[in-house]
Structures are given as structure tokens and as C-alpha cells.
Design a protein around this ligand. Structure first.
Ligand SMILES: Cc1ncc(COP(=O)(O)O)c(C=O)c1O
Length: 398
């Protein structure tokens, strides 16, 4: 029977051996076989990428992680999904698998800070050059492609400043030039955008965020097409990347309600934005909500929904008053990450604001010294309470 993805997420395979609605958590290093022949047969199947119910050794995963791989394969419409212990592991896996000495990697300048750091600092040690392009300019990207460009790494939208890019243009350019493409799709999730269907080679999500949804698990999901599968599998096996069965179980549990949670995050976010846009102290809201804006049009073109992460730009000569605003919020926790059930707030440190000085991966140079970015994750609380909390705290901004 054909099922919608919402139905599918509620009904991944049951554990028939235990008669439970959920898969068992299989913590395993050694996997036992009855005979050597059975072990050989099993390894052959793995090599041929045939359907298997377990790997041959715990380092590659267990039946619990295979269950998660299968759910994500369906969600991403992928050839294969590599699971890693953290989201960042998935980013590193993609880069380290595909880039070799002499290559160049082109990275959108609004990516998550550590993604910028690995590209800029670590790859240098391996003689791989990282170049950064302006996420608001496809021309800039085009001009920076060279014969050495091996991979284009996009984060859409940038998870601090929320620029949206024209994704098909990037894919078409990369295909013409035989360049691998990677999309960090953590914000939109494969529920709202399927990068592999669009033609990207790799679709990445930090499973720590909306997949798990409860701020109690970490993981990464790198969904790939056939073209890059072999090269990534080679590195995956030799690098020792893996996700634990416990973490996989929690992420499966989170995924069952992904669709329901995301709808509510979006609904709450819309209500909060409705309030924020009327506040004089807020100069700009970085989120695709204004139908006349370029970012809104690009979001509409590619996404079937939006989620709960946004930033607000506050103009103030007194940074300490912006800090006071964040500190005085009662319902927004202060801390890294996002995508859980709860609301969060954090003041982003604008370490570099000089034009053309690409640092920290945050595309911050377009903001002035007296503009402060506070990133908000709108959780699943009652939005009226969130609005009251914001209203009460905004008065501290001077
Ligand atoms: C957009 C984005 N990509 C990747 C990551 C890395 O994921 P993790 O924290 O699971 O390592 C993060 C984490 O904040 C993120 O926001």
C-alpha cells in the first residue's frame, strides 16, 4: 500500500521477535555467525549493497542503526545513508572522503562555524584549498569555480544569517563542471526539501537537531547518491565513524513525530514573528517571512515548509543591554544547538565585520558595529507565553 511520509514515520518495521512497536536497542561489537560460510555470504551481500538485517561487525553499526538508515533512506530518497556520532562528524566525513591534496573546495560563507574552520584551517594541512563565496551572489560562486574545484559545500539557509540560495543553479553548474555538491539541510530537514532529488550528491542533516527533537541525543546523517557512495564508504569504514545503537534508538523515536513537531514549530514561529515585526527595537528579522524578499521567494521555490530557527538584528550602541535582554528571558534557555522541544536564545559574537574579510563562517561583514544578532529557536511552548517573555525582556534594550 502506498503511504504518505507522515504515515511511514509512524510505522517503520516493528520488532517481530519481541512483539514490540519499536526496534530493539542492539549494542554489539561482535556479531555471531553459525559458520564461516555464513559469514562470507553475509560480507558478500554487504559488498554488493544488498538488503541486510545487520552488519558483520559492530563498528559498522547494528540492527538498530540499520533501522534508522532505512528510515532516513526513505525520507531522503537516498542510495545510502551514513550515520555518524555527531552532526559535525557527517560534515567531516563528506569533506575528508572526497577532497585530496591539490583540490579546492568552495564553501558558502554563511556556514556553521566549525564547518568553516575545518575547510579553512584543517584542510590547509592536507594541501586542500578552501575558498568562500558570498551566499547572496551566484555570480561570485561561478567566478570562484576553478579547474581544481572538487566540491561545493552549501548550507541552506545559513543557520545564523539565513540567506537562501538558488539551489538548482548551483547543481547545474556543478554538474557541468563535474564537481561534487553537498547541502547542509539541517534547517529544512528532508521533510521540506529533498536535496538528492534536486540533484545534490550529498544531503546532510545534524540529527542532533529536529530528527532527535528532544535535546538528548547527538548524531549526523549523510545521505548520498550512487556517484559518491563508494568513495565515502571507503573512508567511513577506515575512519571508524559510527553512531551508537542508543543514539540511533532515540533518533528513531524522535523521527516518529518529526512532521507533527515541525508543523507546531512553524506555527509558533509565525506568531512570534508577527509580534517581533512590530517592535521598533528590532531592525531586521532573518527568516523567510516577507513575501517581497529575495529569501522568501527562494524559500518558496524549493521548500514545502519552514521551521523554528531565526535571528533578529538589534540596533544598539550598548551591547550590554542586548546581553541583558537575552539574560532576562525566562522561557528561552541560553545555549548552543537547536531543534529540540524548547526555546533557546543566544547572542552571536560578531568577530569579523570587515568587508571581504571572511572569518568565522558567519557572513557577518554586512552588519555594523552597533547591530547585534540574537539567534532564537522557537520551541513548542505556548507562543503567547513566548511573546510575553520577549515583550517583558525587550525593554532592557537601550
Ligand atoms: C547547521 C548545522 N550544521 C551542522 C551542525 C553540527 O551538528 P552537531 O552539533 O550535531 O555536531 C550544527 C550544530 O549546531 C548546525 O547548526
Amino acid at each position: 500500500m502506498k503511504k504518505s511520509i507522515s504515515t511511514f514515520l509512524k510505522h517503520p518495521t516493528k520488532d517481530n521477535s519481541n512483539r514490540s512497536a519499536n526496534p530493539a536497542v542492539i549494542r554489539a561489537s561482535t556479531i555471531l555467525f553459525n559458520t564461516m560460510q555464513e559469514l562470507y555470504q553475509h560480507e558478500k551481500k554487504i559488498k554488493k549493497h544488498q538488503k541486510i538485517s545487520h552488519y558483520s561487525y559492530g563498528r559498522y553499526g547494528s540492527s538498530t542503526t540499520i533501522e534508522l538508515e532505512n528510515i532516513l533512506k526513505e525520507l531522503e530518497q537516498a542510495f545510502h545513508v551514513f550515520l555518524t556520532g555527531t552532526g559535525f562528524g557527517g560534515v567531516a566525513l563528506a569533506i575528508m572522503s572526497l577532497c585530496r591534496p591539490g583540490d579546492e573546495i568552495l564553501v558558502s560563507d554563511n556556514v556553521y562555524g566549525p564547518t568553516k574552520e575545518i575547510s579553512e584551517k584543517l584542510l590547509k594541512e592536507f594541501n586542500v584549498t578552501a575558498n568562500f563565496y558570498n551566499p547572496d551572489s551566484f555570480e561570485d560562486l561561478k567566478n570562484k569555480v576553478s579547474k581544481k574545484t572538487k566540491m561545493i559545500l552549501v548550507e541552506n539557509p545559513g543557520s545564523n544569517t539565513f540567506e537562501f540560495q538558488d539551489l538548482s543553479k548551483i547543481v547545474n553548474l556543478a554538474k557541468k563542471k563535474n564537481i561534487f555538491t553537498f547541502l547542509d539541510n539541517t534547517w529544512g530537514t528532508p521533510l521540506y526539501l529533498k536535496p538528492l532529488k534536486l540533484g545534490f550528491d550529498m544531503s546532510f542533516s545534524s540529527a542532533t537537531k529536529y530528527f532527535s527533537g528532544h535535546s538528548d541525543a547527538m548524531g549526523g546523517s549523510l545521505a548520498v547518491n550512487k556517484k559518491v557512495f563508494k568513495q565515502i564508504m571507503f573512508f567511513y569504514k577506515l575512519s571508524g565513524y559510527r553512531m551508537s545503537a542508543d543514539e540511533a534508538y532515540l533518533i528513531i523515536r524522535g523521527l516518529r513525530t518529526l512532521d507533527t513537531r515541525l508543523k507546531q514549530h512553524y506555527e509558533n514561529t509565525k506568531q512570534v514573528i508577527n509580534f517581533l515585526k512590530r517592535q521598533k527595537k528590532i531592525k531586521e528579522i532573518l527568516y523567510p517571512y516577507k513575501s517581497s524578499s529575495k529569501n522568501y521567494k527562494l524559500w518558496k521555490k524549493y521548500y514545502s515548509g519552514a521551521t523554528g530557527l531565526l535571528s533578529i538584528v538589534i540596533k544598539s550602541k550598548k551591547k550590554s543591554s542586548v546581553i541583558k535582554f537575552v539574560n532576562s528571558l525566562e522561557l528561552f534557555g541560553i545555549g548552543y544547538s537547536w531543534g529540540g522541544f524548547e526555546s533557546l536564545a543566544i547572542l552571536q559574537e560578531l568577530r569579523s565585520r570587515k568587508k571581504d574579510e571572511y572569518l568565522q563562517g558567519r557572513y557577518f561583514f554586512r552588519f555594523n558595529q552597533d547591530e547585534h544578532i540574537v539567534r532564537l529557536h522557537i520551541g513548542l511552548e505556548d507562543p503567547k507565553d513566548l511573546i510575553n517573555d520577549l515583550k517583558k525582556s525587550l525593554r532592557y534594550i537601550k
